[in-house]
Design a protein around this ligand. Structure first.
Ligand SMILES: Cc1cc2nc3c(=O)[nH]c(=O)nc-3n(C[C@H](O)[C@H](O)[C@H](O)COP(=O)(O)OP(=O)(O)OC[C@H]3O[C@@H](n4cnc5c(N)ncnc54)[C@H](O)[C@@H]3O)c2cc1C
Length: 614
């Protein structure tokens, strides 16, 4: 009790507030300083930027690099690639904007000390695939964090941001954010002229394969908790493509990456009987999606679909054929280093399960769904595009500004722009930072003002789970069972079960339909009511409570988008059983949602897909 009675409120003023110090956030801090030498740039991060975010444990490849200096690829090629992989639907202006700037970001990483593998003959970066280059990236995150630390005026680590603040005088303008320190419990009020959200994607929305002893073993980082979506949704920002959840084929149980295996080691997959199964599903896929199946490379979701169908036909497990490749000492080294550089857990899983990839072809699995905007899918906020190439209806102000004035985003936060990965997320952070500086300079004397009642009320709301616990704990039975509150763990398990069973998780082989989605929404509404009765016994649990809050709002958004899009656009990611085919006549569009914080209602619309690259 003494811990919380000494709780203080701390005020932090800034010109630019960056929420989340991962790849997008570090890029935003770096570039904001470059253009805004005299501005106060503050980064707020719930962990520690040194080792935070999806790339915290290191990466073995930079997955987005054009190689324009050697004429390897042009930005237009990357737009075609992303469009193809997303079955026709990407914000081409935003993808192009990242692609044309991403090489300069990668060159900076090398300057800052990130070790790159080089082709011994040409001296170029060693390619893993057409877009990927190989790095010794265990320390990738500390290296880019150093640049952000030097650029920012102040970095606040261990502060969980829970809500955004709006301007007192002008509707629809952001004015800052609030959060609490997960170390000392102090309440933070950040006042800022511009806010950039770069808070990463969302795991633990859908029930994962690994529960019980393996809980926390997911592909996407377990600490990616949907704040990138929950924060803007709360204040009515327009969201797009939230139904476009990602499902990945990965090594079973450790979720080790397969990219280096497919692309560099040239391994293939086979079913339980040693057969190449993908061609068997060609005709049925063509029936569902038409000519998209003939595109090269075959879109990721369609390859997932073939995997899934083969397993459902009883010919699983699907395995990666490693025995041949691992006879080559160079490939064997790459195969293991790939895990040591980014997913050590996979090497441990293989050791614990007696799997030597030289002797045994390891099993693959299709993951539970995740929500994100920087990998192979593009959920996120609807953002204004670059003024030189965005069509008029994709442009209402500053590049990467959401539909809320002064609110920008980068990385997983921004929708419609798949395949940016680490380098593209940092690049998008740079783009957002530059725009935010321009926005702040254009504001002049028209400064946003905080509403004291708003942040004082939020202070009560933020710590309510602690109060709930303090009162309700007297009734606890059997150690953890309380009639008066639910714990964050109970809440997240309930959320995962709802999403899994009704919104197309692993439990239904990613299948859903209108009645299931509607029932899922009813159950989510009941869960939302119970969020007022979450109990948090300490600051760690308080953080879990607010992460759950952001996850639940995001889940509702995902469910509503899935309900709205009456087609199966990406078989292999999810299926609408009542609309089992791709429908380009009605649905060659983006889906959009807007939550009304006053009424709790959602407004769904279609937005046009403009093709600006041939
Ligand atoms: C398993 C895996 C493998 C990957 N492999 C590759 C690869 O090989 N190559 C590649 O280029 N890319 C890879 N990526 C993609 C890359 O990591 C992401 O594209 C990138 O990290 C996205 O950047 P971001 O800034 O949006 O999110 P992140 O980098 O995840 O950063 C988000 C930050 O926000 C913080 N945060 C979240 N919520 C709050 C809050 N409420 N308050 C304060 N702070 C908050 C988080 O702690 C985190 O630091 C991989 C990702 C994963 C998960």
């Amino acid at each position: 009790m003494a811990l919380f009675s000494s709780r203080k409120t701390k005020f932090v003023d800034s010109d630019i507030l960056v929420i989340g110090g991962g790849f997008g956030g570090c890029g935003a801090a770096y570039e904001s300083r470059y253009w805004g030498r005299d501005l106060k740039v503050v980064v707020v991060e719930k962990a520690n930027i040194e080792r935070s975010g999806a790339g915290a444990q290191g990466l073995y490849a930079i997955n987005c690099y054009m190689g324009m200096q050697w004429d390897e690829n042009q930005p237009e090629d990357h737009v075609r690639y992303a469009r193809n992989d997303l079955m026709g639907l990407v914000r081409e202006d935003l993808v192009f904007d990242i692609a044309r700037h991403v090489d300069s970001t990668v060159h900076k990483f090398e300057e800052w000390g990130l070790p790159f593998m080089k082709d011994k003959e040409t001296g170029r970066y060693l390619r893993e695939g057409k877009w990927q280059i190989m790095i010794h990236g265990e320390s990738y995150k500390p290296i880019i964090a150093e640049a952000a630390r030097k650029a920012a005026s102040e970095v606040y680590n261990r502060i969980m941001v829970t809500h955004l603040l709006m301007d007192k005088a002008r509707p629809n303008r952001v004015a800052g954010a609030v959060g609490f320190s997960v170390r000392d419990g102090n309440f933070y009020v950040f006042r800022s002229k511009a806010v950039i959200i770069a808070a990463g994607g969302a795991s633990h929305i859908f029930k994962p394969h690994s529960i019980g002893e393996g809980m926390g073993r997911t592909w996407y980082a377990p600490w990616s908790s949907a704040s990138a979506y929950g924060l803007p949704i709360q204040i009515g920002a327009k969201m797009t493509q939230m139904e476009n959840r990602i499902v990945l084929t990965r090594f079973k149980d450790g979720y080790g990456p397969v990219g280096a295996y497919f692309l560099h080691l040239k391994t293939t997959t086979e079913n339980a009987y040693g057969e190449n199964y993908e061609p068997n599903w060609y005709n049925s896929i063509k029936e569902m999606v038409g000519d998209y199946v003939d595109h090269q490379p075959v879109p990721t979701c369609l390859r997932n679909h073939a995997f899934l169908q083969e397993v459902m036909a009883g010919r699983g497990p699907i395995r990666m054929v490693t025995k041949e490749a691992f006879k080559d000492p160079h490939k064997e080294t790459v195969g293991w280093e790939n895990f040591l550089g980014m997913t050590i857990g996979q090497a441990v899983v293989w050791a614990s399960q007696n799997i030597d990839p030289k002797e045994t072809n390891p099993e693959l699995v299709m993951s539970e769904p995740y929500v994100m905007g920087s990998h192979a899918t593009c959920s996120g906020a609807w953002a204004s595009g670059p003024e030189d190439c965005a069509p008029a209806d994709y442009q209402w102000g500053y590049n990467r500004m959401m539909t809320v004035d002064g609110l920008f985003g980068a990385g997983d936060t921004i929708g419609g722009t798949a395949h940016k990965f680490s380098s593209g997320s940092f690049t998008e952070g740079r783009i957002a930072g530059k725009s935010a500086v321009k926005y702040v300079k254009d504001l002049g004397s028209d400064q946003p003002q905080l509403n004291e009642t708003e942040y004082e009320d939020l202070k009560t709301v933020v710590y309510q789970p602690i109060e709930n616990y303090k009162v309700g704990r007297n009734e606890i039975v059997a150690g953890t069972v309380s009639p008066s509150y639910i714990s964050p763990l109970q809440g997240i398990q309930r959320l995962e079960k709802i999403m899994d069973e009704y919104a197309g998780g692993i439990g239904t082989f990613y299948m859903t339909n209108e009645p299931m989605l509607n029932r899922g929404l009813e159950l989510l509404a009941m869960l939302k009511e119970d969020l007022d009765h979450i109990g948090a016994e300490d600051l760690h649990q308080l953080q879990r409570a607010w992460e759950l809050n952001h996850r639940v709002l995001t889940s509702e958004c995902v469910t509503r988008h899935t309900l709205f899009r009456q087609e199966t656009r990406w078989p292999g990611y999810y299926y609408r059983a009542d609309y089992p085919k791709l429908d380009d006549t009605e649905w060659h569009v983006f889906t959009a949602s807007q939550y009304d914080p006053k009424t709790g209602e959602w407004h769904m619309t279609k937005l046009p897909v403009h093709h600006i690259i041939e």
